[in-house]
Design a protein around this ligand. Structure first.
Ligand code: SF4
Length: 365
């Protein structure tokens, strides 16, 4: 994978004292750094309009996060939720998938940002974990960014993995489409960190996951993480239906289970392509040739467009059948699906989000 290099690093006053700034300076010696003054900030420097979503990804803004870092994953109305928490350590992504929901979600705030106050993030996490020692948390960092794509420069994993590795009641998930795992390999995760990959066949990667690692690179990175003691996760999401998808997805599963030891996989998830009418409008402007614009989808009660339910159920059943043949006891769940679909695929649906959340927390062991 060709590592991303920002054209410029824009630094908000105060952020130049942070370890993230130090890491950026050490790893990007040839990239210009611009220190903003308050006046420029007030004039909106670093804000990019939806039209410029692509160019917003080329510069990196280092700034302090003003609100809370930790939030409960919003899930989706009426869908089974897995009781997941998210830490937003950065916003937007250096890669550029045609279906990325951030194109809509961050349309008015598209700057590629990394938050410099990691100390605040860790204090907040410590407070939450200490306060609820009897609750087992699953926390991810990949909701509005990729967990690892910027890691070679910002060194975020090195700042946080040692903290989470010491906690008794958490699994930290680092979710990525990159192969940027070098910074993880010398750390000891002590069974508290799951590194996970969003997976698709190479054909889908070539057409719609621009700037991401190839399937072979993702699998090689997963193998290296497993060797270094990390638990693994794989998210076959978003699954795309096209002529011959069954063979391509089957082959991808075979490659996955041939490369890593499935007994140390904490979880697999399945989900189909989801978008919204607004996201489709943006995709038509930014990726007019994407074939994802042409398939049939229906509007679901949560406002998202998905394939027809019978097709979704058929896709999940085929994937599940193939997974069960190769990795009989690996834990599998559906992402953002209704109880009806769960029942048709698995024969049951979790009774509440706490049940699924605690099941998944136990998957790690
Ligand atoms: S890797 Fe994830 S966050 Fe980045 S562009 Fe693709 S879908 Fe969006």
């Amino acid at each position: 994978m060709q590592p991303f290099r920002p054209e410029e690093v824009i630094v908000e006053p105060g952020s130049e004292l942070s370890p993230i700034y130090r890491n950026l300076k050490a790893t990007l010696p040839e990239v210009p750094f611009t220190l903003l003054d308050d006046a420029v900030l007030k004039n909106g420097h670093g804000d990019f309009s939806a039209r410029d979503f692509g160019s917003a990804k080329r510069k990196l803004l280092l700034t302090r996060h003003k609100g809370e870092f930790l939030k409960k994953c919003p899930g989706s109305d009426g869908q089974v939720c897995c009781n997941y928490f998210v830490i937003n350590f950065a916003s937007n992504c250096s890669m550029d998938c045609s279906y990325c929901y951030l194109q809509e979600y961050l349309a008015d705030n598209a700057a590629l940002k990394v938050f410099s106050n990691v100390d605040d993030l860790l204090s907040e996490a410590e407070e939450l974990l200490n306060k609820h020692r009897r609750f087992f948390f699953r926390i991810g960092t990949g909701e509005i960014t990729d967990s690892l794509a910027l890691d070679p420069y910002i060194g975020f994993a090195r700042e946080v993995v040692p903290f989470f590795a010491k906690q008794p009641n958490v699994l930290l998930e680092l979710k990525t489409k990159s192969d940027c795992v070098d910074g993880l390999l010398s750390l000891d995760p002590r069974e508290r960190v799951v590194v996970s990959w969003s997976m698709n066949p190479q054909k889908v990667i070539d057409l719609d996951e621009h700037g991401t690692a190839s399937l072979a690179e993702r699998l090689q990175a997963a193998h290296r993480c497993q060797e270094a003691g990390y638990r693994l996760g794989f998210h076959f999401d978003p699954m795309i239906e096209y002529p011959g998808w069954e063979q391509d997805y089957e082959r991808m599963l075979e490659q996955t289970f041939a490369t890593v030891n499935w007994r140390r996989i904490s979880w697999l998830s399945l989900g189909v392509l989801r978008n919204t009418p607004g996201l489709k409008r943006t995709m038509r402007i930014r990726f007019p040739r994407s074939r994802l614009l042409t398939g049939e989808q229906v509007l679901c009660p949560d406002g998202k467009l998905r394939y027809f339910q019978p097709l979704r159920v058929e896709m999940y059943r085929k994937m599940l059948g193939s997974i069960r043949r190769q990795a009989p006891t690996v834990k599998v769940y559906l992402c953002m699906e209704s109880k009806e679909v769960w029942e048709q695929v698995f024969g049951f649906a979790p009774s509440c989000e706490k049940e699924l959340g605690s099941e998944l927390a136990n998957f790690g062991f």
